[in-house]
Design a protein around this ligand. Structure first.
Ligand code: PXP
Length: 239
């Protein structure tokens, strides 16, 4: 069964909307783990719009499964990661104006820079995943620069406006998952996945882990975090 890593950024988004000290992303992480989350994900952004350094430090102490830190490959973030030592770092592109991560890292353009970041993190004992579009050339570079894992960007599939586009995007994900596995990369997937789109992944055994945030936190507002995570785990168990 594929694993589920739960992204709790948007618990912090709600906290920051008021500029006060609740809701607490660490409490959400504990509830997610109680319901069977296999990992907790947070994205520490340069602008600290939701998660901050204090959250990452506390999560490192509290999380029992594994802490996955999403971050840009900047010297500031590399320093923080090497200090806090999450179990895994997922390298993502980051721009100031985006509402959320908009696409995978362009490894063809940034190969040397990302290779250096991968080496630095791995030398620090941190497993490295690269968030990447379902593009074969990009995946080959991820392998070449010695990443441990890739996370295939599923946003274009999840957000596709027509059935035909959805199908086209899904085939790209299938091809990417198969080539990643062939290259002995661990293959994860994430972005935009909800309680409906997850069902499309039935039979795609190459995917080891799904990274899901928005849809789970959105459901948690109505059902509670534990129930929201259990519901997603149940759907994943049927894939
Ligand atoms: N994976 C990556 C690399 C992301 O940047 C995000 C969003 O923070 C997610 C997964 C989760 O996406 P969503 O919130 O749409 O489930």
């Amino acid at each position: 069964m594929a694993k589920l890593a739960v992204n709790v950024d948007h618990v912090a988004t709600l906290r920051e909307a008021r500029g006060i000290n609740y809701p607490e992303p660490v409490a959400a992480a504990v509830a997610a783990e109680t319901a069977g989350a296999d990992g907790i994900v947070v994205h520490l952004r340069e602008d600290r719009r939701h998660i901050n350094e204090r959250d990452v430090r506390l999560l490192k102490k509290i999380v029992q499964s594994k802490l996955i830190l999403e971050m840009a490959a900047t010297s500031e973030m590399l320093g923080i990661a090497l200090d806090i030592k999450p179990e895994c770092v997922t390298l993502v592109p980051e721009t100031k104006k985006e509402l959320t991560t908009e696409g995978g890292l362009d490894l063809i353009t940034h190969e040397n820079h990302i290779r250096e970041a991968v080496t630095t993190l791995k030398n620090g004992g941190i497993a490295v995943c690269i968030f990447i579009d379902p593009d074969l050339d990009q995946i080959k570079v991820a392998h070449k620069i010695d990443a441990d894992m890739i996370e295939i960007h599923t946003g274009a599939f999840c957000d596709a406006p027509t059935a035909a586009q959805k199908q086209r995007e899904f085939f790209r994900i299938v091809d990417a998952a198969k080539i990643g596995t062939k290259l002995k990369l661990e293959v994860n997937a994430g972005h935009g996945i909800c309680y409906n789109t997850i069902k499309a992944f039935k039979g795609l055994a190459e995917i080891s882990e799904f990274s899901i945030g928005h849809s789970i936190v959105a459901r948690a507002i109505l059902t509670g975090m534990e129930q929201a995570v259990r519901d997603m785990k149940q759907l994943i168990s049927g894939l």
